[in-house]
Design a protein. Structure first.
Lengths: 340, 322, 145
């Protein structure tokens, strides 16, 4: 385990930024967000960012290809430029887990090369939670907020920050910083883990379990009568999907620039009326079906296709942001527990 | 208040005046309240809630609800009744299928402000002007005024403009300072204004929450969802599209927006969208005479009306700002 | 001597009954106005949706002008009265967002006012030239690299 005094943190950021692009969560209007590090920017005191960290690998919009027409010829251009190496600092345990969920979608055959490219160039420094909120329920999905995944895991105490490399990429990052960080024992980290675990035990959503969900209850859950009342007030906006670290659906569209075409993809939401629109329209004609799709995907279809892993990490963003406060926790409370 | 409402709703269900009740349902926490339809006294007793966190404007739900079988009871706060009236005016709600019970409101608490004031909220006890907040990290007292939603701080009216019956006394139209921030922006230089709005609108994630919650945005198909419109888009791929969406949305509701403030309440990025709508309201008031959308169901809206001697568009070059 | 290379692109929405005929008259009278003005004929000034104006800026216009019949002379009786309110509010909103208000204009031009049409366009082009390129309502994707 490595250690750095908190007062040295700006120096550490500067040292990382000298070699690679560094992103870190900073305070901003409307809540914390990831920004590119420049001198003077400091780590937020907020628990988490409004938008999740999935933007780094799966941005909201991304150009896939460009077309230029010259007479009868169409030139196809790959707009990708060489991706630079980058470091994302301060990813929480929930978001850190979300990457492995996204990997299961984008890195299986056929591999999404745009995503893969970013994944390869990115190094994740995760940061253990010290003050979880009432909306946190990562425990439900077996995530340890006191010891998050990532290339490097960091723990921030009152006076120092501790690091542990967990992958080769992480080793390389810490090796580059060897001038600043020093060897340390893990007593302080252990103490913090113990203290935070006590808080985790007091969380109001501690009792929430995935019991009753999974790949084998498809028709039972699909036909549950409770979807009607659960979805009744849904506005059909995309807030839950867009703040969600694991929602990964996208649409591909063409934009006519007047002198060519830019083909881009952008996040899409199963809550929208034009989601997966075909010649005859959206196959899900009512909001009930769209609402059900989102939760069935996370709690039933995803585990059915991915050895039981659920498509939620319990970050609590949808709980905080849904305009009508309808969310996965309420769905799980209403439909969970029952076995066919 | 909550008990009176439940009793009244139960009585109206029992005597057959209505067959269901549109209200607010308790959540997992003290603040995460969901609009819901109740059909029995048991449901009302176990789940119905009306407190300082019931901010949702229920009027828009009545577009669909009023087209279902039987009559629906809806509890509307004063500002919700303006939205309701506006929807009646636009023939979007079938009035005969709705029974409105006006309920008093002394301002709603902003969940975002609340969370900023106290971390890890487990419970909140309202004690007059003080809120005793239980958090994961201890007890904290918060002043109610400090966490009141912005729209409630500058409340425009405590008067119900439409109802079948009232619970409690009706209030008055208030002197409101709701245009102060608009005036402040108008007084800035164009560069400052541009910087202000870029900072705000660049945070937009195009989740459409503002549009979907808006009682004035009740088009069957939004122009931004309509591929044939040529401007349909699901994400702002360029700063232009961030600007366009919000300018056009504000314009489409100009003269019809009652200033209920739902757009700003629901914005996950806390963009003060109401400042766009209020600009239109302020301009309309100043240029074409005072007008409050939703106040009545008869008058012509400012943008479907004109006078021979209206000001010329060139007035914009002469007005305000540095 | 410094030469100002910038030539603004101007979109002019002209109503079919008055202003378009006014533009025609300017042409037959051989009055000069800059070729950078692209005229789009619309049935009435009130046909101009605020979206058209934003779209013009998106696709590279530096200024947008709407021309219609004089108030009281609308071929459809009242179209230009509605347009007048809409455009006043829209221009005020653009100004509120910090977008240069001199980039948008409404002028009433009758079929007999060929001279006014040419003068208006000259004046507008000059004003927009002074402002320079439209940066605040541009769409970078539409720029030619």
């Amino acid at each position: 385990m490595k250690k750095l005094s908190l007062s040295q943190l700006p120096a550490l950021f500067a040292a990382i930024a000298e070699k690679e692009t560094l992103y870190l969560p900073v305070d901003a209007e409307g809540g914390a967000r990831f920004e590119r590090f420049t001198e003077g920017k400091t780590l937020t005191g907020e628990l988490n960012t409004v938008r999740s960290a999935k933007d780094f690998f799966f941005p909201q919009t991304e150009n896939l290809a460009e077309f230029k027409m010259e007479g009868k010829n169409i030139e196809v251009i790959d707009p990708r430029t060489e991706t630079e190496d980058f470091v994302v600092f301060g990813v929480r345990a929930c978001d850190a887990r979300s990457f492995s969920i996204l990997d299961k979608v984008f890195l299986v055959d056929p591999v999404d090369t745009y995503y893969k490219n970013r994944r390869e160039h990115g190094t994740i420094v995760s940061l253990a939670c010290t003050r979880p909120h009432e909306t946190c329920f990562c425990q439900t999905f077996g995530i340890d907020a006191t010891d998050p995944e990532g290339d490097v895991t960091a723990w921030k105490t009152d006076d120092a920050i501790y690091f542990e490399a967990k992958t080769e990429k992480g080793d390389r990052l810490l090796a580059n910083l060897s001038d600043l960080i020093e060897e340390a024992d893990d007593t302080a980290v252990k103490e913090q883990k113990e203290a935070v675990k006590k808080v985790m035990d007091r969380l109001p959503l501690k009792s929430l379990t995935t019991e009753g969900f999974g790949g084998d209850v498809m028709m039972e859950k699909f036909n549950a009568p409770e979807w009607k009342s659960l979805s009744e007030a849904c506005l059909g906006c995309g807030t839950c999907t867009f703040v969600c670290p694991t929602c990964q659906c996208y649409d591909i569209r063409d934009f006519n620039t007047g002198h060519g075409i830019k083909r881009f993809r952008c996040w899409d939401s199963c809550m929208y009326s034009d989601f997966t629109k075909m010649a005859h329209g959206n196959p899900r004609t009512s909001q009930l079906e769209r609402f059900r799709q989102r939760f069935m995907h996370k709690l039933v279809y995803f585990p059915a296709n991915n050895e039981g892993e659920f498509g939620c990490v319990g970050c609590g963003r949808c709980l905080a942001k849904c305009p009508i406060s309808m969310n996965i926790v309420k769905v799980m409370r209403t439909l969970g527990g029952k076995k066919a | 208040m909550q008990e009176t409402m439940i009793a009244r709703a139960a009585a109206l269900l029992a005597d057959g005046t209505v067959n269901r009740v549109l209200g607010w349902k308790k959540g997992e926490f003290v603040y995460d309240i969901t609009p819901a339809v109740f059909t029995s006294e048991e449901e009302l007793k176990s789940d119905f809630v009306y407190d300082d966190f019931c901010g949702n404007n229920l009027s828009k739900y009545l577009i669909k609800e009023s087209r279902k079988e039987g009559k629906v009871l809806a509890f509307l706060k004063p500002c919700d009744t303006y939205s309701f009236n506006q929807l009646i005016k636009e023939h979007r709600i079938l009035r005969d299928n709705v029974y409105i019970v006006g309920i008093p409101c002394d301002g709603k608490i902003s969940t975002e402000k609340m969370k900023a004031a106290a971390e890890g909220i487990v419970d909140v006890q309202v004690d007059g002007e003080t809120l005793h907040v239980d958090t994961l990290y201890g007890q904290k007292d918060v002043s109610r005024t400090d966490v009141l939603a912005e729209r409630c701080v500058s409340c425009k009216s405590k008067k119900h403009v439409a109802y079948d019956e009232l619970i409690g006394e009706d209030g008055e139209v208030l002197e409101s300072n709701r245009f102060d921030m608009v005036a402040k922006l108008e007084a800035m230089t164009p560069d400052e204004r541009f910087a202000f709005w870029r900072n705000e609108l660049s945070r937009c994630i195009r989740c459409n929450a503002c549009r979907n919650v808006c009682p004035a945005c009740s088009c069957e198909k939004c122009v931004f969802d309509n591929d044939a419109s040529g401007i349909a888009n699901k994400a702002a791929a360029d700063s232009f599209e961030e600007n366009m969406f919000h300018i056009i949305r504000a314009f489409h509701v100009a003269g019809r927006c009652t200033d209920c403030g739902e757009c700003s309440r629901v914005c996950p990025q806390q963009i003060p969208l109401h400042l766009l709508n209020r600009k239109f309201i302020k301009d309309i008031d100043e240029l074409y005479g005072e007008y409050q959308a939703g106040e009545d169901t008869e008058s012509r809206a400012p943008l479907t009306n004109y006078k021979m001697d209206d000001v010329e568009p060139s007035i914009v070059y002469q007005r305000g700002g540095k | 001597m410094q030469v100002n290379e910038f030539k603004p692109k101007i979109v002019a929405f002209c109503c079919n009954w008055c202003s378009y005929a006014g533009a025609d008259l300017a042409g037959t009278n051989r009055l000069n106005y800059p070729a950078d003005v692209k005229i789009i004929r619309v049935p009435c000034s009130c046909r101009v949706n605020p979206m058209f104006i934003l779209r013009a800026f998106q696709r590279g216009a530096d200024g947008v002008i709407i021309c219609g019949c004089h108030p009281g002379d609308c071929h459809y009786t009242s179209g230009n009265y509605y347009a007048r309110r809409r455009m006043t509010l829209l221009f005020s909103m653009l100004d509120y967002l910090g977008i240069e208000k001199e980039r948008t204009r409404v002028e009433w031009v009758s079929a007999a006012e060929g001279a006014k049409f040419a003068a208006t366009m000259n004046e507008f082009v000059e004003a927009v030239t002074k402002l320079g390129e439209n940066k605040r309502l541009e769409d970078l994707r539409c720029k030619k690299q």
